[in-house]
Design a binder for this molecule. Structure first.
Ligand SMILES: [Zn+2]
Length: 129
């Protein structure tokens, strides 16, 4: 079983998580603004092709906002686990998450085994066409 990430490294990861959180906050605001602007644009264009383009762009911006807000939540959860002293432990099995995994992805909340299991299950639930 791998060792938990050392405390002194958690400080560095906390800094990374906090700046990522600020970044995501801006990204979400921008994407939401953008999708609202597209919605306005859609109201103004009368050409059907332009309207479809405006629609697509608005949807992309929304999808982007959604992805960013999921990551934002994960970052927030990681920060609150740091406060609670349970940072770096897998939320499924409670084992220490591999430190190299946390260095690459500070918001990781599952060990690699549980992450892979989750990805397999997610893939099974929503088969790609
Ligand atoms: Zn696990």
């Amino acid at each position: 079983m791998p060792q938990t990430i050392p405390r002194n490294e958690q400080h560095e990861l906390r800094r990374q998580l906090e700046s990522r959180r600020d970044e995501l906050e801006r990204e979400i605001e921008e994407s939401v603004d953008e999708s609202e602007q597209r919605a306005d644009l859609r109201g103004q264009v009368h050409d059907e092709v332009d309207e479809a383009v405006a629609d697509d762009l608005g949807e992309n911006a929304l999808a982007e906002a959604e992805r960013a807000s999921e990551e934002f939540d994960a970052v927030e959860r990681a920060l609150s686990r740091m406060d609670a002293g349970s940072y770096g432990l897998c939320v499924v099995c409670g084992d220490a998450i591999e430190p190299e995994r946390l260095r690459a992805e500070p918001a990781a909340e599952r060990c690699i085994d549980d992450q892979r299991r989750l990805e397999r299950e997610t893939a099974a639930r929503s088969p790609s066409l």
